[in-house]
Design a protein around this ligand. Structure first.
Ligand SMILES: Nc1ncnc2c1ncn2[C@@H]1O[C@H](COP(=O)(O)OP(=O)(O)O)[C@@H](O)[C@H]1O
Ligand SMILES: [Mg+2]
Length: 325
């Protein structure tokens, strides 16, 4: 049984504990696979379908059990050693810079969210563009790993990917064929794109999903204190969907974030990532980017197992790389 969203096992119809009316409500609301149920979670399902909350919770639990049975999720209560072995074998995506890979413990981790934040021009989008190529360097040549790029700031440039490919002596046309782009025009559109991405991810063997940037539409649309709580709630919900996509589809999720100046900072750097605690609590890894002359500094700010450390990288013809010694 392969882990593919189109296989019968993942179809809503394979849930045999629910009736036809519930199934059609789910399908009408756009839920196609049992992975969709786990990714969206009971509150979202109840809201989208009108099905009672209790039933939605039951559905999500059943869906999760089925995914555990076929190995998509770990069964609860495994030893830390089993988990350790499993994590070692999990796939990482190189960034193009050895220093940055090392900072990340070997590259961008799958089944996690990596957040890149920093001022304008610090290289967030350049890292994202480079990842669109490096993800394709997977060992399995018959099943190419692709990238999904959600562009919210209108800064995605296929030309840049083509020139990085040429500099790396790879056929630009072939590389661009394996990058799927979704332009989000406003925050609601961004939410729809992300909610519906699981099917695209399975269908096209996406191994990295990039959201560049996660917050710009929210910052532009939810102005003022009175909208702050709604804004945070919506970002929070979106981030949790992204985290479940990363886990369920076994892919890497990379998000970029802006910074805001915090005038009350007396010591140190006054720049903080936007999105507040919601963002800080959901991202698995947070990397702060700063300019340093011609180079860039990347600092691991928050990680479940890395210490706070910084390295230098550079932006060049090949995307990103290491400064020359
Ligand atoms: N081909 C290139 N070679 C070297 N530097 C580049 C190239 N293309 C863009 N840059 C540099 O990348 C920086 C912009 O980075 P970007 O990732 O767009 O910033 P942001 O953090 O705002 O997303 C600029 O300083 C620009 O000079
Ligand atoms: Mg950018």
């Amino acid at each position: 049984m392969s882990d593919n969203g189109n296989d019968g096992i993942f179809d809503i119809d394979t849930l045999n504990d629910i009736g036809p009316a519930t199934k059609s409500s789910l399908k009408e609301a756009g839920f196609r696979s049992i992975k969709d149920l786990v990714i969206r979670g009971p509150i979202d399902i109840a809201e989208a379908t009108g099905i009672a909350m209790e039933k939605c919770t039951f559905l999500c639990n059943r869906a999760r059990e089925l995914l555990e049975d076929i190995g998509v999720f770990d069964k609860p209560f495994i030893t830390a050693n089993q988990l350790y072995e499993k994590r070692k074998s999990e796939y990482r995506i190189t960034t193009g810079s050895k220093n940055l890979d090392e900072l990340l413990g070997g590259g961008i981790e799958t089944r996690a969210i990596t957040e890149l934040y920093g001022e304008f021009g610090t290289g967030k989008s350049q890292i994202c563009h480079t990842l669109c190529l490096t993800v394709q360097e997977a060992e399995d040549k018959h099943n190419i790993s692709r990238a999904l790029y959600v562009d919210t700031e209108n800064t995605f440039r296929p030309e840049r990917i083509a020139s990085i490919a040429s500099a790396r002596k790879i056929d630009p046309k072939h590389v661009l064929e394996n990058v799927i782009v979704a332009k989000a025009y406003n925050s609601s559109h961004q939410e729809v794109i992300i909610q519906e991405s699981a099917n695209i991810i399975n269908l096209h063997n996406i191994k990295i999903m990039i959201v560049d940037s996660i917050v710009s539409h929210y910052r532009a649309e939810f102005l003022g204190r009175s909208f702050l709580s709604e804004r945070q709630q919506r970002i929070n919900r979106l981030l949790h969907i992204l985290l479940r996509i990363a886990e369920t589809c076994k892919i890497a999720v990379v998000i970029t974030n802006q910074i805001q100046s915090s005038p009350d900072a007396i010591f140190g750097d006054p720049n903080k990532a936007t999105g507040g605690n919601v963002m800080a609590h959901t991202s698995t890894y947070r990397i702060y980017l700063k300019k340093a002359g011609k180079n860039r500094i990347a600092r691991m700010v928050d990680s479940p197992y890395h210490s706070e450390r910084e390295i230098l990288f550079t932006i060049n013809e090949q995307g990103i790389g290491d400064p020359q010694k």
